[in-house]
Design a protein around this ligand. Structure first.
Ligand SMILES: NC(=O)c1ccc[n+]([C@@H]2O[C@H](COP(=O)([O-])OP(=O)(O)OC[C@H]3O[C@@H](n4cnc5c(N)ncnc54)[C@H](OP(=O)(O)O)[C@@H]3O)[C@@H](O)[C@H]2O)c1
Length: 382
C-alpha cells in the first residue's frame, strides 16, 4: 500500500484550513493528519479532532480546553513550535492569518519539513530570510494562494521567464467610485463578489492591498524583479495568473474559482490526485473572460506595495504590520476603509528602513510599527 503523506495544519478552523480538511477527507487514503492547530474556535477544533483523529491539537483560547479527545493538547506559540518541530510531518500547511504564520514557518524550515504556504504575510514580513533558510535546508515552499499556485504550475525554468502576470478580481469596489469607497461599511467591504475568505484577507481584497501583498509574495517565491511583476484585473477569477516567456509565449493557469484546487495542488505536490474536482471545466460555459488595467489612483495600496518591495529590507515588514493593525481598526469600526491605506502610507514614510534585517530586527520592527500604528489610529479615530 502507498505510504500516506503526513500533514499538520496551522489554522485548521479558518477558511483555508476547513477547505483543506474537505480535500483531505476526500483523499483519506493519501493523507494522515498529525496535528491540527487553531486560534480561539475550540468547538470547531474539537469537532475536527473527533473526525480526523490527530495526535496533537493546539489552540490559543485562554478560557477553553478541548475535552474528551485522545489527542495531546498543546497551547499557543509553544504548541505551534512543537508541531513544526515534529519530523513525523512530511508537510505543514500554514493557513493562519497574519503575522502568526512566520514563527511556525521558520521552525518547520529549520526541521527540514516542506511547507504549503497560504499565509502570505510570512513572506511579506521576512521573505528574504524565509526563502534563504528554505533553500539552505532543502525545504520546498509550495504556494497555496491561487495566483502563485498558478504561476508555480506554469513555470518550467524561471530563467526563461520575462514577466509574471498576476490577476486580481478587483474586489467589491471595482466599479464603485472612490467616494463610495470612502463611505463603505464593514459589511460592504466583507462582501467579496467571488471568494468567501477570512475577514483580514477580504478587507485586503477590498483595498487591493491583498494584491500588493501578493506582488511581494511573488517576488520572493519566484525571485522576479518588481518591474517584471504585473497586475491585471480579471473580474471572473478564471485565469488565476500567467507568465510570459522571453520568446513571447504566454502560459496561464485556468480553473473554476475554488480554493480546493490550489490547496490540493500544494499539499499533494508533485503528485496530482482526483480528489475534490466536482465539475469539468468548460470554456463554452464560461463564454467570456475580461481583463483591464488596475486603477492605481483609486487603489493606492498597489503603488505602496511596489514601493515597499523595491525599497526592500524592513520596508515590507512595516507595510505588513501597519496594514494588519489598520485592518483590525477598520473591522472594529474605528477608522474608515480608505484610512487603512492612508495609515500604511504614513507609517511607511516615517519608517527608517533596515537593509538585510536579522530575524530579531524584523520582530522588533513589527512590534514598533504596530505600536505606532495603534497610536495613530487613536488620533484618527478621536
Ligand atoms: N481564504 C482564502 O481563500 C485565502 C486565499 C489565499 C490566501 N489566503 C491566506 O491564507 C491565510 C488564512 O486565510 P483565511 O481566509 O483562511 O483566514 P481565516 O479564515 O481568518 O482563518 C485564520 C485561521 O488562523 C487561526 N488562528 C488565529 N490565531 C491563531 C493562533 N494564535 N494560533 C494558531 N491559529 C490561529 C484561526 O483560528 P480561530 O478561527 O480558531 O481563531 C483560523 O483557523 C491568510 O494569510 C490569507 O491571506 C487565504
Amino acid at each position: 500500500m502507498e505510504k500516506k503523506r503526513k500533514i499538520s495544519i496551522i489554522g485548521s478552523t479558518g477558511s483555508i484550513g476547513t477547505q483543506a480538511l474537505e480535500v483531505i477527507e476526500k483523499l483519506s487514503d493519501k493523507f494522515e493528519i498529525i496535528a491540527l492547530a487553531g486560534g480561539s474556535n475550540v468547538e470547531l477544533l474539537e469537532h475536527q479532532a473527533k473526525k480526523f483523529s490527530p495526535k496533537y491539537l493546539c489552540h490559543n483560547a485562554k478560557d477553553k480546553t478541548p475535552s474528551g479527545l485522545s489527542a495531546e493538547i498543546l497551547h499557543g506559540e509553544e504548541g505551534l513550535e512543537q508541531i513544526c518541530s515534529n519530523k513525523e510531518n512530511d508537510i505543514i500547511l500554514v493557513a493562519c492569518s497574519g503575522k502568526i504564520g512566520l514563527k511556525p514557518t521558520l521552525k518547520a524550515i529549520k526541521n527540514g519539513i516542506d511547507i504549503a504556504l497560504a499565509n502570505k504575510e510570512t513572506l511579506v514580513m521576512a521573505g528574504d530570510i524565509v526563502m534563504q533558510k528554505a533553500c539552505e535546508n532543502g525545504v520546498k515552499i509550495i504556494p497555496v494562494d491561487s495566483e502563485h499556485c498558478a504561476i508555480h504550475q506554469c513555470i518550467k525554468d524561471i530563467k526563461q521567464v520575462d514577466k509574471l502576470i498576476i490577476t486580481a478580481s478587483g474586489g467589491p469596489f471595482l466599479h464603485k467610485s472612490r467616494e463610495e469607497m470612502q463611505k463603505a461599511t464593514v459589511k460592504e467591504a466583507l462582501s467579496h463578489p467571488r471568494w468567501h475568505m477570512g475577514k483580514k484577507i477580504t478587507v485586503d481584497s477590498a483595498t487591493l492591498m491583498n494584491k500588493g501583498l501578493e506582488i511581494i509574495e511573488a517576488h520572493h517565491l519566484f525571485g522576479m524583479d518588481y518591474d517584471d511583476i504585473e497586475v491585471v484585473v480579471h473580474p471572473q477569477s478564471i485565469v488565476h495568473s500567467a507568465i510570459e516567456y522571453k520568446d513571447g509565449s504566454v502560459i496561464a493557469q485556468l480553473g473554476l474559482p475554488s480554493m480546493h484546487i490550489p490547496i490540493q495542488y500544494a499539499i499533494s505536490y508533485p503528485e496530482r490526485f482526483e480528489g475534490i474536482k466536482s465539475k469539468s471545466f468548460s470554456f463554452a460555459e464560461i463564454a467570456r473572460l475580461d481583463f483591464e488595467k488596475p486603477d492605481f489612483e483609486k487603489f493606492p495600496a498597489l503603488n505602496l506595495a511596489y514601493h515597499a518591495g523595491k525599497t526592500g529590507g524592513s520596508a515590507t515588514t512595516c507595510l505588513n504590520a501597519a496594514n494588519e493593525e489598520a485592518v483590525f481598526a477598520f473591522l472594529d469600526g474605528k477608522i474608515t476603509l480608505c484610512k487603512i491605506v492612508d495609515i500604511v502610507e504614513k507609517m511607511l514614510s516615517e519608517h527608517k528602513v533596515i537593509q538585510n534585517p536579522s530575524i530579531d530586527e524584523i520582530f522588533e520592527v513589527d512590534r514598533e510599527v504596530r505600536e505606532k500604528t495603534q497610536n495613530n489610529i487613536r488620533k484618527f479615530s478621536n
